[in-house]
Design a protein around this ligand. Structure first.
Ligand code: AVJ
Length: 320
C-alpha cells in the first residue's frame, strides 16, 4: 500500500486490464453480435456518460440524488454510523458526498477499476472532508475481488448507487450480490440504487435523447475499437437504437448496420447484413418485489426501500 498525504491510503489490486482485443473479436464473432458495455468508458465515453446524467430525459441520476438527499438521515439510522463504508464503482464519488455528513463513517472505502479516477476523487473528497479516513481500493468488482479490510472491522456497510446492478444479467447480478453479502458478513448493510420499470416512452427517451448524446455514447464504442484495434468501422454506416424490452424488463442498446458491409477488426473480417445489430448494453429495471426476490436469493433480507414521488427510481437498504 502506498501512503499519500492526508488521510488517504491507496491499495492497488491491479485489476487485470480487460483483454479488449479478445473480447471484441469474441463478441463480433457470435451469431448475435454483441460488445460489452464495459467498453463504453474510455476517456471520451466517460465524458459522454457524464453529459448523459445531465440530460433532461435521463432521470435516473438526478432522481437518485434527490432520494439520497431527502432520506439521508433515515438511511444513516439503518446503515449505522462510525462504521466502514465501502462504495462499489465509486467513480467521481459525487453521490456519496450527499450522504457523508449523515453517515459519518469512520472509514470510507471507494472501490473502482479506474486508478486515475479513484485517486483524483479521493483527493477531492479528502479536501472537502479533512477528518475522513479514506482507503481507496483499485479493483474490479465484477469478478471476485479483495478489499483492504482489517480483521477487527466487523461493522461494514456498502453503497452501490446508479442502478449499475442493472448492467448485469440477473444470474450475474445474483452472484455479485452474493459476493457482497459474504464480504459484509452477518448484520452488514447494503444501500443500493435500482431503476424501476415504467412507461416505455419515458425509458425510450432516456436512452435515445433528442440531442443525440446517448447515440454518440453508443457510437463512441466503434471509434474506440477503430483507434485501439486498428479497425475500419465507418461510423456513418451505423445508427443508434435503444428500446425497452418489456418481456425481459430491460432497456437494450444496439448499433444497427445501415447497409450490408464488411468491417476489418484486428486483421479479422466481419460481415454485416443491412439492419443487423451489435447488442451493446442491457439495463435491467426491477420492480420492488422482483428486486427483493433477487436480493433474497443472494442472501440478503430487504429492510427498507425509498422511492421518489413519481415512482421512477428506488433505493433499497438490504441486510445480511
Ligand atoms: C451506468 C448502467 C447506470 O444503464 O442507465 C446510460 C448506462 N447507458 N445511458 C444505465 C447508460 C445509456 C447507465 N448505467
Amino acid at each position: 500500500s502506498l501512503q499519500t498525504p492526508g488521510s488517504i491510503r491507496f491499495f492497488d489490486y491491479r485489476p487485470t486490464p480487460a483483454d479488449v482485443r479478445a473480447e471484441v473479436l469474441d463478441g463480433l464473432g457470435r451469431p448475435a453480435k454483441c460488445l460489452s458495455p464495459k467498453l463504453f468508458y474510455d476517456q471520451r465515453g466517460s465524458q459522454l456518460f457524464d453529459a448523459i446524467t445531465e440530460l433532461p430525459e435521463y432521470y435516473p441520476t438526478r432522481t437518485e440524488i434527490r432520494i439520497l438527499r431527502e432520506y439521508g438521515s433515515e438511511m444513516a439510522d439503518l446503515l449505522g454510523r462510525d462504521n466502514v463504508l465501502i462504495e462499489l464503482g465509486s467513480g467521481s464519488s459525487l453521490k456519496i458526498q450527499t450522504l457523508l455528513a449523515a453517515l459519518q463513517p469512520s472509514v470510507y472505502m471507494p472501490v473502482d477499476i479506474s486508478k486515475e479516477h479513484l485517486l483524483e476523487s479521493a483527493h477531492a473528497l479528502a479536501e472537502r472532508f479533512p477528518n475522513l479516513s479514506i482507503r481507496a481500493a483499485c479493483a474490479d468488482y465484477s469478478a471476485p475481488f479483495r478489499l483492504p479490510l482489517e480483521p477487527d472491522w466487523t461493522d461494514l456497510a456498502a453503497f452501490f448507487p446508479g442502478s449499475s446492478i442493472g448492467n448485469f444479467d440477473p444470474d450475474q447480478a445474483r452472484l455479485l450480490l452474493g459476493r457482497v453479502a459474504s464480504l459484509l458478513g452477518p448484520g452488514g448493510r447494503l444501500l443500493i440504487g435500482v431503476d424501476l420499470p415504467k412507461d416505455p416512452a419515458i425509458l425510450n427517451a432516456a436512452y435515445d435523447d433528442a440531442q443525440g448524446v446517448t447515440a454518440a455514447f453508443n457510437l463512441n464504442l466503434l471509434s474506440r475499437i477503430n483507434r485501439e484495434l486498428e479497425a475500419d468501422f465507418d461510423l456513418d454506416a451505423f445508427s443508434h437504437r435503444a428500446f425497452f424490452n418489456t418481456e425481459r424488463s430491460r432497456v437494450e442498446m444496439h448499433l444497427v448496420s445501415r447497409i450490408e458491409q464488411q468491417v476489418e477488426v484486428a486483421g479479422v473480417r466481419f460481415g454485416f447484413r443491412a439492419g443487423e445489430t451489435i447488442h451493446t448494453e442491457n439495463s435491467y429495471k426491477y420492480g420492488i418485489d422482483a428486486f427483493h426476490r433477487l436480493a433474497e436469493d443472494a442472501g440478503f433480507v430487504a429492510e427498507q426501500v425509498w422511492t421518489d414521488n413519481q415512482g421512477l427510481f428506488s433505493v433499497h437498504c438490504l441486510r445480511v
